[in-house]
Design a protein around this ligand. Structure first.
Ligand SMILES: C[C@](O)(CO)[C@H](O)COP(=O)(O)OP(=O)(O)OC[C@H]1O[C@@H](n2ccc(N)nc2=O)[C@H](O)[C@@H]1O
Ligand SMILES: Nc1ncnc2c1ncn2[C@@H]1O[C@H](COP(=O)(O)OP(=O)(O)OP(=O)(O)O)[C@@H](O)[C@H]1O
Length: 297
């Protein structure tokens, strides 16, 4: 017997970042939108905890206990006083270290898959609590759709989405480390007053209306200058997407994946084609949003 769970990637349509807290994290107003690029995590009984991974970026995924899927299985097993005897296989389609919460997706997926395989019967509340322990983005991977994340991003308020949004994503030649991007944010902000992060009401309204033009006018990412400072070539990718007719072009989360909001499927295909031809990125994918959260298949 095995259980397979499908989990979406995310794009941050707003990422407002406050000053560094004493614990090193940053308070955020983080508007997550789940997009239809998915990892699948399959849990099957085994003698001991084992992780395997397949997919284009599989070589970059750690297969030891630092893998977020392994950490999820260990956390659930410890809470329920059982052995983490499970084989977790990750079919990886979300780019690694791309700012699209791929590792977080695997954490949330493994948690749900182990809960179903073991018949743990953990409440939604308990699952969300474990997710928050695993990482700031993990609760959203479980929930999907759209949500405002406050605190370090783990405290979620679901948001309404009134239509389908079309996106193009350009994956970069190399990854960016999330802590390094936050550190660069701090460095760039030295000597400046960093305002409290606040969610944008026009952005929340645009999501609720399904209005792509209004969303394009409202998207923002406070980590973008830091990501561009560490990875200046991303500016060329953003410019290529804008020139191809994207309504908005931004760095996804901590980057280096760049995200392009477009009007419809036709324009997604055109922007994707022109981004590929621009030679400014490794691969290009199209996806629609919102996507559901972690789901047992
Ligand atoms: C950039 C985003 O992806 C936007 O959704 C997230 O804020 C990052 O979420 P994540 O990868 O799940 O991050 P975590 O695993 O919780 O933290 C990794 C590191 O990122 C930094 N970090 C993360 C979240 C946050 N609110 N403030 C931070 O400063 C910290 O250096 C932390 O040690
Ligand atoms: N299951 C996993 N899949 C991918 N990376 C993982 C996983 N578990 C741990 N990692 C480690 O986490 C690092 C970040 O990978 P991940 O793909 O989650 O980045 P990300 O998409 O930028 O994350 P986020 O958007 O949440 O900041 C990788 O370099 C890898 O070493």
């Amino acid at each position: 017997m095995s259980v397979t769970v499908r989990v979406p990637a995310k794009v941050n349509v707003q990422l407002a970042v406050g000053a560094a807290r004493p614990d090193g994290f940053h308070d955020l107003a983080n508007v997550f939108l789940a997009v239809g690029l998915y990892d699948e995590v399959t849990a099957a009984p085994a003698d001991e905890l084992r992780i395997t991974c397949a997919g284009p970026d599989a070589a970059q995924v750690p297969l030891d206990r630092t893998n977020l899927a392994a950490r999820a299985a260990l956390a659930l097993a410890a809470r329920h006083g059982r052995e983490p005897a499970v084989h977790l296989h990750i079919a990886k389609d979300i780019p690694v270290a791309g700012g699209m919460a791929g590792g977080s997706a695997d954490g949330a997926g493994a948690l749900l898959a182990c809960d179903a395989l073991w018949g743990t019967g953990a409440s939604r509340e308990e699952l969300l609590e474990i997710c928050a322990e695993l990482g700031s983005d993990v609760p959203f991977s479980l929930v999907g759709g759209a949500a405002l994340g406050t605190g370090r991003g783990e405290r979620l308020t679901p948001l309404e989405v009134g239509g389908t949004f079309h996106w193009v994503f350009a994956m970069a030649e190399r990854g960016l480390s999330t802590p390094a991007v936050f550190r660069e944010f701090d460095r760039l902000g030295q000597g400046r007053e960093i305002p409290e992060p606040v969610a944008s009401q026009p952005l929340i309204d645009a999501l609720a209306k399904g209005d792509a033009d209004a969303l394009a006018a409202a998207v923002s990412n406070d980590l973008q200058p830091a990501a561009l400072s560490l990875f200046p070539e991303l500016d060329r990718t953003l410019a290529a997407g804008r020139a191809a007719g994207a309504l908005a072009a931004l760095v996804s989360g901590s980057g280096p994946t760049t995200a392009f909001l477009v009007r419809d499927a036709e324009s997604a295909a055109r922007v994707a084609r022109e981004l590929r031809a621009s030679g400014t990125c490794r691969t290009v994918r199209t996806a629609t949003a919102p996507a559901p959260g972690a789901t047992v298949l």
